[in-house]
Design a binder for this molecule. Structure first.
Ligand code: SF4
Ligand code: SF4
Length: 329
């Protein structure tokens, strides 16, 4: 089984357009969108979700208001300023420049997509004189270190695993796809990437598919390392700009470090031929192969508008270039 990972060093180079076209050209590959912080392959491939799994990672502190005696030890010990002391109706969340909580029908609690409901509930409890003072953990600031749990004299702090995102197994018109969504502020995208790749490998084995195509994240951080480690080949899609050249150098250093064969493709190469040549010569110098060039073509935007891969539009110049890159890869 072969696993090709498409990365970019920097964002916005056309990596996902390339992946969508590869998916169309391969026909029978398993697809994995490992750009979990900002997944967008689904915008082109319009997947039908067949399976949905929670991704839990790390822990978060949640104060049980009924058991808290208000000693303030958690506030004093938290190094991340995640514990907040709310002073009932005097708190600026409820008065002063902000609108007071009218204890309506829990609209905020039901609609909050990022689990701020824990905080909202505690604030509501401390409002209306139900509880003059309350200590509450801001879930977006809590780093899950556990110090407050240890410091609380009455063990009033729960410490459950944190819901950080979801991952999905879907069907697309070009084959099965595993993809994910990290909740804003959710941590450990590298672990979620590993989960996505693992699920893609399992599907490939079950279906006896020989190829996995991975849409990797930008940058050179943890999520990229989790995307490329153990891959058969990495294709780096870059653009002929100074920042494209700079980020390509960093990402090729990474692939060299992990001993992964790397190829380079300059997208929109005709916008700066001199820079393209400079990039290709530098890539060769550090041991990467040149997979080809893709010219600037407004049909790429047209394909995006139509929710298609570029190669699905007939007779486009960029589509021809991508086919040539695919053949070489
Ligand atoms: S778990 Fe750590 S970061 Fe979170 S509130 Fe407690 S002390 Fe602060
Ligand atoms: S340490 Fe425990 S009892 Fe003290 S304020 Fe924090 S949650 Fe409440």
């Amino acid at each position: 089984m072969k696993e090709i990972v498409i990365i970019s060093g920097k964002g916005g180079t056309g990596k996902t357009s390339m992946v969508a076209s590869f998916a169309a050209l391969a026909g029978n590959a398993v697809l994995a969108d490992c750009d979990v912080d900002a997944a967008d392959l689904h915008l082109v491939l319009a997947p039908t979700i067949l399976r949905r799994e929670e991704f839990r990672c790390g822990h978060e502190a949640i104060i049980r208001q009924a058991d808290c005696i208000g000693c303030g030890a958690c506030l004093a010990r938290c190094r991340f300023d995640a514990v907040r002391h709310i002073k009932g109706a005097d708190d600026p969340f409820f008065s002063g420049s902000r609108t007071s909580c009218e204890n309506c029908t829990d609209v905020c609690v039901r609609s909050c997509p990022v689990k701020l409901m824990v905080m909202i509930r505690a604030m509501k409890e401390s409002c209306g004189q139900q509880n003059e003072h309350a200590f509450v953990v801001d879930p977006t600031a809590c780093e899950g270190c556990g110090v407050c749990v240890w410091a609380c004299p009455v063990k009033a702090i729960d410490f459950p695993e944190r819901l950080s995102g979801e991952w999905y197994v879907s069907d697309t018109r070009h084959g099965p796809m595993v993809h994910a969504r990290l909740i804003p502020g959710g941590e450990n995208s590298g672990k979620l990437v590993s989960r996505v790749r693992e699920a893609a490998r399992t599907i490939a084995e079950e279906r006896k598919t020989e190829l996995i195509i991975v849409d990797g994240p930008p940058g050179v951080g943890c999520a990229v390392i989790a995307s490329v480690s153990g891959a058969s080949r990495v294709l780096v899609v870059t653009e002929p700009t100074l920042s494209g050249a700079h980020d390509l150098a960093r990402v090729l250093e990474l692939t060299r470090h992990f001993n992964i064969p790397a190829s380079v493709c300059v997208n929109k190469w005709d916008l700066n031929q001199e820079m393209t040549e400079r990039i290709e010569s530098e890539a060769r110098r550090v041991g990467a192969t040149i997979a080809g060039r893709v010219r600037y073509d407004s049909s790429v935007t047209e394909a995006q508008i139509q929710g298609k891969a570029v190669v699905e539009l007939r007779g486009t110049l960029a589509g021809e270039d991508i086919r040539a890159v695919w053949e070489r890869i």
